[in-house]
Design a protein around this ligand. Structure first.
Ligand code: ZN
Length: 345
């Protein structure tokens, strides 16, 4: 079948490729409808690697997907043909130690779509375990379904933060993931979420949500604004969502004594940070790697109307225009939050 294939760094083609479509007893076959273009897909396209994951052979891109069930395995009883679904792109080994602990996202054997050498889903069909396939509520569109995956990262960050009602949060970076984190923090009970960036365009998109307060760090240091707004106390929770090494300079000035610092953004190189500052405030440091047991809860929030991701879908391309979609994403327009590819008209 036709798929969007990353042949090597910098070279994409839309071409025929053989992908396994055998439906095992616990699997479902899904006709793909919508796939979001993710920063990680774009990074493989432009750099050919993310940390230890290096592209060594042609790989189909795409891991933020929604579609329709067209076939079910003999043992599947939670889904039926015709169900509209979204999929969790990581498949862990369910008998691994990590899975048994409920931490299947950090199972060393997890197979994650569009992470070399595992193919992604920018293709008309895929086969996936029913256990990691989620029925979309009737009022949740395919486009929103394909937004669940990036939102799940924000939800995982909010969960790891152990937010309490009325918390004040600070989010460093107003890219797609920063905005997802801010929305999840609000849904998790934060009273106010400050978000910082250098780009006025990105901040404008974030600021359309009540409760999210934009801070342009070209105009004022983020720590000054947080100090001013919290009577010098600091934010209860700070989320690092930029991945920029610069964010690590003075990072603990943002957080209150006894607060939490949650690392979401992935810096490409090792970064130093000020341990003494963290210790003097007894800051709790948390990290986020993808998500576990989040998709159901993300869908609940979207279906309830408490979280509206639709304004973040800023561009839609036909499958035949997939390469153009990636070129657009790689150009990094500040006003593009999420570009999506529609496989079905
Ligand atoms: Zn993604």
């Amino acid at each position: 079948m036709q798929a969007l294939v990353l042949e090597q760094k910098g070279k994409l083609s839309l071409r025929e490729i053989d992908l396994p479509l055998e439906v095992g007893p616990g699997d479902v076959k899904i006709e793909i409808d919508t796939v979001g273009v993710c920063g990680s897909d774009v990074h493989y396209y432009t750099h050919g690697a993310i940390g230890p994951y290096v592209l060594r052979e042609a790989m189909v891109l795409g891991h933020e997907a929604a579609g329709t069930v067209v076939e079910i395995g003999a043992q599947v009883n939670n889904l039926k043909v015709g169900d509209r679904v979204c999929m969790e792109p990581g498949i862990p080994n369910l008998s691994s130690r990590a899975s048994k602990l409920g931490l299947y996202n950090v199972d060393p054997d997890v197979r994650f779509w569009a992470t070399p050498p595992i193919h992604g889903v920018l293709a008309p069909y895929t086969v996936h375990p029913a256990a990691f396939t989620y029925k979309l509520p009737d009022n949740v569109s395919f486009e929103e379904g394909a937004m669940v995956e990036p939102f799940a990262i924000g939800m995982q960050a909010a969960t790891r933060a152990r937010l309490q009602p009325g918390d004040v949060a600070a989010v460093i970076g107003a890219g797609p993931i920063g905005i997802m984190v801010a929305l999840a923090a609000l849904a998790g009970g934060c009273a106010r979420v400050f978000i910082s960036d250098l780009s006025a365009d990105k901040l404008k998109i974030a600021a359309q949500y009540p409760g999210i307060i934009p801070v342009n760090v070209r105009e004022q240091p983020f720590a000054d604004v947080i100090a001013e707004q919290t009577s010098g106390w600091g934010a209860d929770v700070v989320f690092e969502a930029s991945g920029s090494p610069k964010a690590y300079q003075g990072m603990f000035d943002l957080v209150r004594p006894g607060g939490a610092f949650v690392l979401v953004g992935l810096p490409v190189e090792p970064v130093p940070f000020d341990v003494a500052s963290a210790i003097s405030k007894e800051v709790r440091i948390e990290t986020v790697f993808r998500y576990a047991n989040i998709f159901d809860r993300a869908l609940e929030l979207i279906a309830s109307g408490k979280v509206d991701l639709k304004p973040l879908i800023t561009g839609t391309f036909d499958f035949s225009q997939s390469i153009a979609a990636f070129e657009r994403a790689a150009a990094g327009h500040a006003s593009d939050v999420k570009l999506q590819i529609k496989l079905k008209a």
